[in-house]
Design a protein around this ligand. Structure first.
Ligand code: ADP
Ligand code: MG
Length: 331
């Protein structure tokens, strides 16, 4: 990929130790296993996969909000360069300002006892980024206007607002510290389709205008493929495919990606493509399947897949895949 990536994760693993032991051995949920990926500066980067595939854990790990078991995360925005896994206290404080999370549920995320102004101002005040109330107010008004919030609403409480408006408040709060990197985890999943589109357009134009790199996490490939310039696909804690969106549309190389694509309803009445059915549920990350983790549900499975882990490789320029048979399948 061109230039220095903003985020570069190398062999990243996150395991959660469980209290319970089986035959005297502690059990681990392998939520993320050996994930390597670069998020290019300025990209609108998508991460997609079924529920339970490890997306939230990955997003939190790169924000240093989940424990990193193994591997490295490098953050480089041109001003600072951090090794996120081993970052010290002072740098971590600065990193928290540069990287922000937009919450999943706009109803639960906003404190009902604070005014919209105070909700948006809180990160500035907690981090001590402004020197007077007037300056804070100025920053809040500026970002609220950018998020197309009515300035008269700043004095109200969040219960007065619809889901879409609440999500704008969450976005304003995430942007008020002028971050360089934003993670949105299922941020539009709870909204109606027309409001989803509205919020996505807002995020897209704001991140472009402000030069923010964006990691967009969703279980919905149709949304991700629609708005993101890169798409990465995760299955049971591992990446199976990553490519610029147009390349993925032209040719998906992994049977799991192909199955996700085939499940998107077509708007074309002449398109009678057959949905590839994913049988059963995603297996438990407590004891993932041997070899290729997808082999238990793959319609192209062969003997090798059960024994041998497929390597994560760049099959075509910027197009990565982990499947033994990616060259032959012609999905
Ligand atoms: P996704 O966001 O793709 O649905 P998650 O990252 O939330 O996936 O979860 C991945 C796996 O890790 C799931 O099996 C989930 O149950 C498990 N998990 C997530 N957080 C914890 C935790 N704090 N302790 C133990 N297991 C967890
Ligand atoms: Mg999640």
């Amino acid at each position: 990929m061109n230039g220095t990536p903003l985020i570069s994760a190398k062999n990243l693993s996150v395991h959660y130790g469980l209290g319970l032991k089986l035959f005297g051995e502690r059990q681990y949920v392998r939520a993320i296993e050996n994930v390597s990926l670069d998020i290019p500066q300025g990209s609108f980067f998508g991460l997609v996969g079924e529920s339970g595939s490890g997306k939230t854990t990955f997003g939190r790990a790169i924000l240093r909000a989940a424990p990193i078991t193994k591997g490295h995360i490098n953050y480089n925005d041109g001003e600072v360069d951090y090794d996120v896994a081993t970052i010290g206290k002072v740098d971590l404080k600065d990193y928290r300002k540069r990287s922000q999370l937009i919450f999943q549920d706009p109803y639960a995320a906003l404190s009902p006892r604070m005014t919209v102004r105070d909700i948006i101002a809180e990160p500035l005040e907690v981090m001590g980024l402004t020197s007077s109330r007037a300056e804070t107010d100025e920053r809040v008004r500026e970002i609220a206007a950018k998020c197309r919030l009515n300035l008269e609403h700043l004095r109200r409480f969040p219960h007065a607002f619809s889901g879409g408006q609440r999500q704008r408040i969450s976005i304003a709060r995430a942007l008020v510290c002028q971050p360089k990197f934003l993670v949105a985890d299922e941020s539009v999943a709870a909204l109606d389709v027309s409001i989803q589109a509205d919020i996505l357009n807002l995020l897209k134009s704001l991140t472009e205008e402000l030069g923010i790199t964006f990691l967009f996490i969703s279980h919905d490939l149709s949304v991700v493929a629609h708005v993101c310039d890169h798409v990465s696909v995760m299955y049971l804690g591992q990446l199976v495919e990553l490519a610029p969106t147009r390349k993925l549309f032209a040719q998906s190389l992994h049977p799991y990606t192909a199955a996700l694509f085939s499940a998107i309803p077509s708007l074309d009445p002449d398109d009678h493509h057959k949905a590839i059915k994913l049988e059963g549920e995603i297996p438990s990350p407590l004891s993932p399947p041997s070899g290729c983790r997808f082999h238990t549900r793959c319609s192209h499975v062969q003997a090798r897949c059960q024994k041998e882990k497929p390597e994560w490789r760049e099959l075509d320029n910027e197009h990565f895949v982990a499947c033994h048979f990616a060259e032959e399948l012609n999905l």
